[in-house]
Design a binder for this molecule. Structure first.
Ligand code: FAD
Length: 472
């Protein structure tokens, strides 16, 4: 017998689970199906982000950063530690516990909000029907007035450096190393490559990041990106730009990578190779194409401005529809769609999506870079503030980095804020709000900031746009 719902969500990651919770809060009978299995075969909600992405990577970044600071900074504070040792198994166990606490929290939220949570596969059958197949193989037919595809994304597997899940691994594999590799190779100097490279480099791996593009972090304002490259290089990350991998093969205990840089053929040998060249939409087994759902040429599900696919009653959100492949973008889409289904008017502001790279120092940005603003035809004015002269940053022994503000000469409106520096991940929130409210440079110049705080550096950058900086 089939079970009827108002909303069926396929995928319980950052797109799917908030959509399910919000729909249920709005009085809709909702079920969320998730197929995730951890490596120990335990099922969990939370998708890539909580199980193999945002959260475990930040847990290891935090632990490895503490090791680095204990080794290199404590002494400056007058704290002697003797030789700093770490236990990787404990570090990994802590990481797993954090993920499990959070994914268990989603289960509890489902119960509290009366969402039916099911572990297993969802398959579209058409006309609102969805086949649910539990991990035990048992199937059940569900019928929904609204069906949401929130099946996320998967790492791109390069044919020339195919994953063997031992020596050549994806980001999930790189979060689970049981030993610190002596020599680590990373293909791709994007967000994931630089974060994972940082983790293992701080723990002692000699790390080389090979990037095909000649430009480092092209999506970031180039003044900030160039400064970031200097900081990461100083930390020991060997980032090789304009280096195109020709192939990687496992030879005994090592991975041999051949690449070309500046017209020269080169070879490097590593103990482990992480391939972090991007993610692709994941819809395997969902049967979406078969029931007529349209995809774009890159495999993303095509949706309109209200997340509707071309098939009536079928929607898609999160990584599977492309755009910024970020958890907070997925969450906002999930909530917005649930509210739209319940008859409310909502909108996601795609011009104010913050992005963060959790290296040390951290990099964050929102809105346009100077290059992108000029390319879009704006007459721009810019200002910078430096963490080098920040009292708080000095006290934290982290006085490095820059905040750059990009504004429109004609309207004084802030177009973008890009920064590298301590707690840039947290500091960007003020700039997101500024963009959300269409704030001008003058608005922010007149806004008081606490002293001594890192946020003062943002204020300095704002003041410097019109040559008013006191500390610049
Ligand atoms: P997913 O999280 O991929 O969830 C999709 C879910 O659908 C999965 O649980 C999957 O098992 C399930 N599913 C698939 N097919 C079916 C089916 N047929 N039936 C049932 N269930 C199915 N983003 C940030 O914002 N900040 C970060 O710091 C950050 N760090 C990251 C670090 C790494 C290493 C990685 C890999 C990603 C990171 N991301 C980060 C990106 C973030 O994880 C994704 O943008 C986010 O998880 C997308 O959410 P989603 O719900 O669309 O997809």
């Amino acid at each position: 017998m089939s079970e009827n719902y108002d909303v069926i969500v396929i995928g319980g990651g950052p797109a799917g689970y908030p959509a399910a919770i919000r729909a249920a809060q709005l009085g809709l009978k909702t079920v969320c199906i998730d197929a995730w299995l951890n490596k120990d075969q335990s099922p969990a909600f939370g998708g890539t982000c909580l199980n193999a992405g945002c959260i475990p990577s930040k847990a290891l970044l935090e632990s490895s950063e503490l090791v680095h600071r204990a080794q290199h900074e404590f002494e400056k504070h007058g704290i002697s530690t003797g030789e700093v040792a770490f236990d990787l198994a404990k570090m990994q166990a802590r990481k797993t516990k954090i993920s499990r606490d959070l994914t268990g929290g989603i289960k509890a939220l489902f119960q509290a909000n009366k969402v039916t949570g099911l572990f297993g596969f969802g398959k579209l059958l058409g006309d609102g029907k969805v086949e649910f197949k539990g991990h035990d193989g048992k199937t059940q037919e569900l019928v929904g007035k609204h069906v949401i595809i929130a099946t996320g994304s998967a790492p791109v597997n390069l044919k020339i450096a195919a994953f063997d899940n031992d020596k050549i691994v994806d980001s999930w594999g790189a979060l689970d190393f049981t030993e610190v590799p002596k020599r680590l190779g990373v293909i791709g100097a994007g967000v994931i490559g630089t974060e994972l490279g940082s983790v293992w480099a701080r723990l002692g791996a000699k790390t080389v990041i090979i990037e095909a593009l000649p430009t480092f972090l092209p999506m970031v304002d180039q003044a900030i990106a160039k400064e970031t490259l200097k900081h990461l290089t100083k930390q020991g990350l060997d980032i090789r730009l304009g280096a195109k991998v020709a192939g990687a093969k496992v030879e005994g205990d090592a991975v041999v990578v051949e690449y070309e840089q500046g017209g020269e053929k080169k070879t490097e040998t590593f103990d482990k190779l992480v391939v972090a060249v991007g993610r692709k939409p994941y819809t395997d087994g969902v049967n979406a194409k078969e029931i007529g759902v349209a995809f774009d040429e890159r495999g993303f599900v095509k949706v309109d401005g209200h997340y509707k696919t071309n098939v009536s009653g079928v929607y898609a959100i999160g990584d599977v529809i492309g755009g910024a492949m970020l958890a907070h973008k997925a969450i906002e889409e999930g909530v917005a769609l649930a509210e739209q289904i319940a008859g409310h008017h909502t909108q996601v502001n795609y011009n104010a999506i913050p992005s963060v790279i959790y290296t040390a120092p951290e990099v964050s940005w929102v809105g346009l870079s100077e290059e992108a603003a000029k390319a879009a035809g704006f007459e721009v004015k810019t200002g910078t503030g430096s963490f080098v002269s920040s009292g708080r940053a000095k006290a934290m022994e982290q006085a490095a980095g820059t905040v750059k503000v990009i504004a429109d000469v004609k309207t004084d409106r802030i177009l973008g804020v890009h920064m590298v520096g301590p707690f840039a991940s947290e500091l960007i929130a003020e700039s997101v709000l500024a963009l959300e409210y269409s704030a001008t440079v003058e608005d922010l110049a007149l806004t008081m900031h606490g002293h001594p705080t890192l946020a003062e550096t943002f204020h300095d950058a704002i003041l410097s746009v019109d040559g008013r900086a006191i500390h610049g």
